[in-house]
Ligand binder design. Structure first.
Ligand code: BDR
Ligand code: CA
Length: 305
């Protein structure tokens, strides 16, 4: 059993990852969500996770985190996720409210008491960078950070960088230099483990969770359709799938450095194999990944009616 906190900026793919984690509650104990500015503003992404919780009728604590990167300014991504950060599903304004403590305060309090918590980071690493800068002694209390971010060969936001790392490269550098066991799912493994657009049709059915996933994909897939692709990465799903079955992935061990500046290179992750303890996922069994995802949504359709 992994005890997990999901650090997130929902985000279509963030929600699909979270749904998959919820379906596996006997293997993943989901303690809380910590939100952070990324795909959209902190207010919007926090609202999105609260809306989804209301829709499902669940009440996992939500802690609002940092509303801007350590050094840079916010750069939301409406082209990928819309003005709301989760365009597509039409959900009522949430009844649930976030907790009073901030995400960083919460991490500090929890990690003083616990030392076996896995953090799944699906967004810029601002909350974790702040935590590890302000309380580096707590790094020993984090079992591992499994994150979606980085790129080995080419970026999705500038020539070489991936969005989550690019949005807050200073925070990412703190995390990679902290000594915490870190597993990185870069763009390439997310493409390898992605979904074929034709497979998204399986969500055209009656279940409440399928309906949510269908509405998410209807917006999210436009990006791939406009570019003539026949598949799309569901980026943030990969860290959850890794926790559920490591054998689906080819891994390499080494050292990750983050480039902090340069128009083409800010946020670039440089990986040197064999020189450190960071783990990078480099390839995925796509069908195995999709089987877990599809089964998870089927199960949730039975659970949340
Ligand atoms: C990452 O950026 C966001 O748009 C996605 O939610 C994912 O976390 C992909 O680069
Ligand atoms: Ca995300």
């Amino acid at each position: 059993m992994h005890r997990i906190i999901v650090d997130t900026d929902p985000g279509h793919d963030d929600i699909m990852a979270i749904l998959t984690a919820l379906a596996h509650s006997s293997e993943l104990e989901l303690l809380s969500f910590c939100t952070v500015a990324g795909n959209q503003t902190l207010e919007k992404v926090t609202n999105n996770i609260l809306k989804v919780e209301d829709y499902l009728g669940i009440d996992i604590p939500v802690y609002k985190g940092c509303d801007h990167p350590l050094v840079k300014e916010n750069k939301p991504q409406p082209a990928a996720h819309g003005e709301s950060g989760m365009d597509g599903p039409i959900l009522p304004e949430p009844v649930l409210k976030p907790q009073k403590e901030t995400a960083v305060e919460y991490y500090k309090e929890l990690l003083k008491k616990e030392d076996k918590v896995t953090i799944i980071a699906l967004a810029p690493l601002t909350n974790l960078g702040t935590l590890l800068k302000e309380a580096p002694e707590l790094s020993d209390h984090i079992e591992q950070i499994v994150l979606m971010g980085g790129a080995l060969h080419g970026g999705n936001i500038n020539k070489y960088a991936e969005f989550n790392i690019w949005h807050d490269p200073e925070a990412a550098k703190i995390v990679f230099d902290s000594g915490v066991k870190t597993v990185m799912a870069p763009l390439e493994v997310c493409y390898a483990g992605g979904i074929m657009l034709r497979e998204t049709k399986r969500f055209n059915r009656k279940g409440k969770v399928s309906k949510l996933v269908k509405d998410l994909f209807d917006f999210y897939c436009r990006y791939a359709i406009d570019r003539g692709w026949d598949s799309t990465a569901v980026f943030d799903l990969i860290p959850i799938l890794y926790l559920l079955n490591e054998d689906l992935f080819v891994q390499k061990k080494g050292k990750i450095d983050v480039i902090l500046d340069g128009e083409d290179t800010q946020g670039q992750t440089l990986f040197k194999e064999g020189e450190g303890d960071h783990i990078v996922l480099i390839d995925a069994d796509r069908e195995g990944c999709m089987k877990i995802f599809f089964d998870a949504i089927d199960q949730l359709d039975e659970r949340y009616i």
